[in-house]
Design a protein around this ligand. Sequence first.
Ligand SMILES: *Cc1c(COP(=O)(O)O)cnc(C)c1O
Length: 406
Amino acid sequence: MRFTSKIVHSDRRDPIEHGSIHKPIHTAVTYAYDDARDLAAVFQGKKSGYTYGRQVNPTVTALQDKITLMEEGIATAAFGTGMAAIGTTLFALLRRGDHFISSSYLFGNTNSLFNTFATQGIEVTFVDATSSDAVAAAIQPNTKLVFVETIANPRTQVSDLVGIGDLCREHNLIYFVDNTMTTPYLFRPKDVGASLVINSLTKYIGGHANALGGAVTETGLFDWSGFTNLYDNYKKGDVSGWAIQQIKKKGLRDLGASLGPEAAHHISVGSDTLALRMDRICGTAQRLAEYLDGHEKVRKVYYPGLSGHPEHDRSASLFRHHGGIFSIELVDDVDCFDFINKLDLVICSSNLGDTRSLAIPVAHSIYFEMGAERRASMGIDDSLVRFSIGIEELDDLLTDFEQALA
Ligand SMILES: *Cc1c(COP(=O)(O)O)cnc(C)c1O
């Protein structure tokens, strides 16, 4: 089956009470056993079952299975946020003295998290991930993992996803890809050799800005048998499932960054229309980017769908569409705050992946705390405005941009 047919019917493939077509919201924190031996078997991993809500919940499990289908992976762990997904995964798999390589074109909060890991004895090197050469040059004997985003936010650099995948395979490194901006509908990181895929469910997958969530999917491509940071307790069953077991069982137990059942339900319902929304959003983003490119008040438009974008060909060859995010720099005498304030339909807000179009002055908000020097290294100009395009009709958005720029 194709993408949407598969996911809208995914819940009911397992029997659900009363033939319910959605997985219901299970709010119970804990589960009762008639036979104490069954409870022991579940705790010891000999039987599957539910014990305590920090690690497992039936509504969350149904969503995890849906994300696994989307990514064509083998298992998924869900978390309370996308940041929790990234943080818990690294926390569960890396140890003091390990090193990892990250793209320097990074979601601001992920950049903050990685710098925190560095203070805790897990070393990180930031590189220009648009070229696998820069990644190759940063590999050390203690390097364990490479982290990249597909299309970076806000400047829309597209990582050398194929080249880095080859490099990771060659050097036996975990390839951890953030697919939030492309979603499994536009791109499957498994196709370029990713070992683990993270999606912020808060963004396009949930899609309606009404629930926070994150997920990490195991693709089954990495050989975990030689990875020395895994505990014997989690080396059960097929070797491809060892790391995700450690992330779920140890990561979620230790850090407790769990996804709640209500949020899982909202995200699951939202995800049914992911493909429909992405077709619409990306089509509109393309047209708006083309309109703004060359406008007299706009100095620069960053969108992988424009032929002048440095990674346009790469984006066209890898992704179904070029995404729903673009950024612009305004000419010197146009103030970015004034421009955003003049927009009427487009909302000034920090989120992305909503059904509504959003704009934010990035240097003055989400990238403010990191300072001017780091912003400059990420190519973030003071006048940069990032747009996350929603599902409104194109003509209404065009009218709004026209009047605001006028
Ligand atoms: C938003 C975002 C995250 C973090 O997700 P939250 O759910 O907000 O914690 C991670 N990566 C990217 C690319 C994002 O846009």
